[in-house]
Design a protein around this ligand. Sequence first.
Ligand code: DC
Length: 233
Amino acid sequence: MSIRVIAIDGPAASGKSSTAAAVARRLGWAHLDSGALYRAVTLAALDNLRDPGSEMRDAWSPQRLVALAEDLPVRLVLVGDVFRPEVAGVDVEDVIRSPRVTARVSEIAAIPEVRHWVNVQQREAVGTHPQGVVVDGRDIGTVVFPDAPLKVFLTATADERARRRLAQRGDRIDPAELQRESAALGARDHADSTRRVAPLRSAADATLLDTTRLSVEEQVARVVALARERIPG
Ligand code: DC
């Protein structure tokens, strides 16, 4: 039997996580946000390792990061039908969204040893859920679960994604803020798409969904319809 995974990939603020969470609820599946694991490792590094300044270039070595993640530990815990990130037994779902973590996570996510560790956690987690898991990220359909029976790649223009990000944070949406946010998202997309390991890209067999003009409800309905078509209940 093929694995019961729906892979949802796409750039930052394309609506992956909210779509994945809603699709999972609709189908009675679990939701796993793989970005949360990269963020949790980043938080663990910021709180426990000396920051690599110019005189400490090797402080965040791949080996130290993976050992730290294993020892603390950084892990995913299934609460209800949601995999939540924990660091040393503490739920970090909120604190991993802070600007301090966001500013450094691309750096951590570019390290092959960290990616390997994160992928192992995801594959183990998926095996523990009886129904299936909706996993969102950047490389879920291309690298982590290449055999997923449904892969969706979400896109939206950078301006639309910036607008959604500001609205989500409750910030005022003036043109200067919009431009700043759009540039920040563009920089993160560039870093994620051009990195050597597992760059952000659509799998050849993914369904492309441009969400620029879709509501979250419409995005969710399209993915649920595809899931019902492709994956036997
Ligand atoms: O989706 P997000 O913003 O929470 O992701 C945080 C970072 O982790 C982002 O810079 C991209 C990276 N990431 C990744 O490289 N691969 C994934 N599967 C998920 C996230």
